[in-house]
Design a protein around this ligand. Structure first.
Ligand code: SAM
Ligand code: SF4
Length: 435
């Protein structure tokens, strides 16, 4: 029997969140409806992440947990990067899985569902160049802050990373498709668009780069804010840096992962930037846009990382004064060069380094948040807070701001930031002075 209701669970990065939304639209076009929270669904799509070991293991255990008390189970599709990496092997590892669909082939999901409903067990992990976007339905509804994937895949081959293998080669979506999707998202209610790509700042089409795309999107009426993530330090062009000083709708926030503060480790990671070139980029960015909030990614415990290398990472955190940052314990991914490097670091040392790094990042994050107390700014209201009358929005610097207001999601409101916590801010609504 064909399924009537579905549930999509996305793990990992924002690109998976975007893919999850598009799969929901596809299934919706087939007449299926999203199951209510807590309700059983006829079809469950697990949109997985392969970047760290735990995420993949978690997906398999989630598959197991889909067995119902009466012994029955929904149709199960394994999607995302675990699906791509494991292919048909995923079905062997978990016989409960009915379909395996990679990130480049999920436009085929409806026909795979029909096949699975008849007892088939389809697998599609092909990587046709970007054609899935052409096969997806037009966007109709959007949240106040909407994701838009403009670039996929990666040619950088950092030695620890599976992305070049699971997402394939770097491909940019054509200019006109991106602009059309942005327009549709704004018509569907988006006030902010977050351009996504594994190396979003490497986006290029017909000789035009991300800076030109951002300038064009800034011309869309009703679109108030533009962000982009994730950028690679080596692809940070002068044009993109200049856009931060010139395009008002481009938010003063840059996620620019450095991964390590040790040049020796960066070389072993095949990162193609050094601490010096990275810091020079940050300096250029700060002169173009002094108001910028910086964030990054770090890996601790890469093979061969000494205490001295790790201390160099703490030093770069101090030098940049990040407003936020994500940090991870190195996870050996099968098939990547680093997985077979000598000098794998024991778990206890990784745990201890991660703790010290997160403490240091936390100190800078709190200092950044405190530096914004007293600032008059705007927030984009996104959702209700826990308390009655409280809403949560985002500042230009991507801080979560709690505020008492009657405003609704999608409203941009004037606030004064009145208090800072480690992970969020409190704002007070500011009445606009009469003109
Ligand atoms: N393309 C982006 C870049 O190079 O900055 C990052 C994409 S990756 C999906 C997100 C983050 O996951 C990376 O910046 C890195 O810090 C982390 N990561 C990737 N592979 C990892 C691994 N094997 N172990 C731990 N963290 C990893
Ligand atoms: Fe992975 Fe490096 Fe590509 Fe980022 S740049 S996706 S870390 S290989």
């Amino acid at each position: 029997m064909n399924p009537k209701t579905f549930k999509i669970k996305s793990f990992g990065c924002q690109m998976n969140v975007y893919d999850g939304e598009r799969m929901a639209e596809l299934l919706g076009d087939q007449g299926m409806v999203a199951a209510a929270d807590g309700a059983d669904a006829d079809l469950v799509v697990l949109n997985t992440c392969h970047i760290r070991e735990k995420a993949a293991e978690k997906a398999y255990s989630d598959v197991g947990r889909l067995r119902r008390e009466d012994g029955s189970k929904p149709l199960i599709a394994l999607a995302g990067c675990v699906a791509q990496a494991e292919g048909a092997e995923a079905r062997r590892r978990s016989p409960m899985i009915d379909m395996v669909v990679g990130p480049q082939s999920y436009h085929r999901l409806p026909e795979m569902v029909r096949e699975a409903a008849l007892g088939g067990r389809p697998v599609d992990t092909d990587m046709p160049a970007i054609s899935k976007f052409d096969a997806l339905p037009a966007r109709r509804r959007a949240s106040p802050s909407a994701f838009l994937t403009v670039q996929e895949g990666c040619d950088k081959f950092c030695t620890y990373c599976v992305v070049p293998y699971t997402r394939g080669a770097e491909v940019s979506r054509p200019w006109k498709d991106v602009v059309a999707e942005a327009q549709a998202l704004v018509e569907g209610g988006a006030r902010e668009i977050v351009l996504l790509g594994q190396n979003v700042n490497a986006w290029e089409h017909d000789g035009r780069g991300l800076a030109e795309l951002i300038r064009a999107l800034a011309g869309i009426d009703g679109l108030e804010r533009i962000r982009y993530t994730t950028s690679h330090p080596t692809d940070m062009s002068d044009a993109l840096i200049a856009a931060h000083g010139e395009v008002d709708k481009l938010m003063p926030y840059l996620h620019l992962p450095v991964q390590s503060g040790s040049d020796r480790i960066l070389k072993a990671m095949n990162r193609s930037h050094t601490t010096q070139t990275y810091l020079a980029t940050i300096e250029k960015m700060r002169s173009a846009q002094p108001n910028i909030a910086l964030s990054g990614d770090f890996i601790v415990g890469f093979p061969g990382e000494t205490e001295e290398d790790f201390e160099a990472t703490l030093q770069i955190v101090d030098a940049v004064r990040y407003a936020a940052a994500y940090s991870f314990k190195y996870s050996a991914r099968p098939g990547t060069p680093a997985a077979v490097m000598e000098g794998q670091i024991p778990r206890e040392i990784m745990d201890e380094r991660l703790r010290r790094l997160q403490d240091r990042i936390g100190q800078h994050q709190l200092a950044f948040n405190r530096s914004k107390v007293g600032a008059d700014t705007q927030i984009l209201v996104e959702r209700k807070g826990r308390r009655a009358g409280q809403m949560i929005g985002r500042s230009p610097w991507l801080q979560s701001v709690h505020v008492e207001t009657g405003a609704k999601p999608g409203d941009l409101i004037d606030v004064t930031l009145v208090a800072a916590g480690p992970n969020s801010m409190t704002g007070a609504v500011r009445e606009r002075a009469a003109a």
